[in-house]
Design a protein around this ligand. Structure first.
Ligand code: FAD
Length: 292
């Protein structure tokens, strides 16, 4: 690993000022769970490593019936998994965290670090896109809010300028009669998914017609894949298992995954069918019961 200078700012303002000063020469480290791996692999070799783990002001979970959920970027996966507020109002997030890595990694790794790492196998991005979440990023020049869906740009690349940092994840209150689910294919509990699917289904007031659907798939493209063709199979219709199978088929046809040591491209496409349908069934059931 290349030598670097380590800095540990005490405030967000100090962090932003350092980022503005060093720009491409600097990189933030939070929990270090991904950062140290990519530095060891030589994929990143910053001159300055800015350690933000001490910024406890960014470690929070807030819920408001109108504003929705706000999660500080430095909140760990384990805190989200165990949060009573999230378990009550956004159970899917807590369930997703339970399947993410091991307890050790969940104790150190932060939600912000996970999203900024931009791994297409990552679980939180998938679920947050299905939940229509937004991200608040900040630089010395000001803040901006970007849709989670727009944040991932390419493999390990996100919409973050060198002088910006992620501050907060904002999740709106879902519409009534919305059900959400996340399913992933793993060899062992805690593995990154070979393929994952997050589905959100909103039913209309009368007759159980699907008003809105969001289907997001991991590890089939350089960024999380929004399966819009599959969504079209559901929207405006009375969703049943046959339609969910059709949506799975459509999703499988619209993705173009690559092969790697974990799975061939063909196997991934087959699994997209299975996991979209499986997550779809759960989401539909929850939407009918009104349980999110
Ligand atoms: C063994 C293992 C298993 C794993 N399994 C899974 C899995 O099943 N599912 C899954 O989704 N993930 C998995 N991961 C990934 C893990 O979730 C991430 O490594 C972790 O969440 C990253 O958070 P961190 O705080 O450690 O980030 P770091 O490693 O410190 O940083 C990651 C990146 O984000 C940037 N960054 C961090 N915080 C900010 C911020 N606030 N603003 C701007 N940039 C920032 C850093 O500069 C760096 O580029 C696994 C990791 C390990 C080691």
């Amino acid at each position: 690993m290349k030598d670097f200078e380590y800095v540990a700012p005490k405030t967000v303002e100090e962090t932003l000022s350092l980022l503005s000063q060093y720009k491409e020469e600097a990189k933030i480290i939070a929990g270090g769970q991904s950062m140290l791996v990519v530095m060891r692999q030589g994929l990143l070799a910053p001159d300055y490593v800015i350690d933000i783990k001490g910024l406890s002001v960014l470690d929070y979970i807030q819920y408001d019936e109108r504003e929705g959920l706000k999660i500080g970027a430095l909140t760990t996966h384990r805190t989200i998994e165990k949060s009573p507020v999230i378990q009550k109002h956004f159970r899917l997030l807590s369930e997703m965290e339970e399947t993410l890595a091991t307890i050790q990694t969940r104790n150190c790794g932060t939600i912000g670090g996970n999203l900024c790492h931009g791994d297409p196998a990552g679980d939180p991005a998938l679920v947050l896109i299905a939940l229509n979440a937004k991200l608040k990023v900040q630089s010395v020049s000001g803040a901006r809010v970007v849709a989670m869906e727009e944040f991932s740009r390419d493999m390990l690349e996100v919409d973050l300028r060198p002088e910006e940092m992620l501050l907060e994840i904002q999740v709106p209150i879902p519409k009534p009669r919305t059900g959400t689910a996340h399913e992933k294919l793993v060899v062992m509990h805690g593995d990154a998914g070979i393929v994952g699917a997050a589905v959100s289904i909103t039913l209309g007031r009368k007759g159980g017609i699907c008003e809105d659907a969001r289907i997001v798939i991991s590890n089939v493209a350089p960024t999380p894949w929004r399966a819009r063709e599959a969504e079209k199979r559901l929207i405006g219709k009375a969703v049943n298992d046959g339609l969910l199978a059709e949506a799975g088929q459509a999703a499988s046809e619209e993705v173009n995954p690559t092969s790697d040591v974990h799975a061939s491209a063909q196997y991934r496409k087959e699994m997209v069918k299975v996991f979209v349908r499986r997550a779809g069934r759960k989401a539909l059931e929850k939407a009918k019961q009104g349980t999110m």
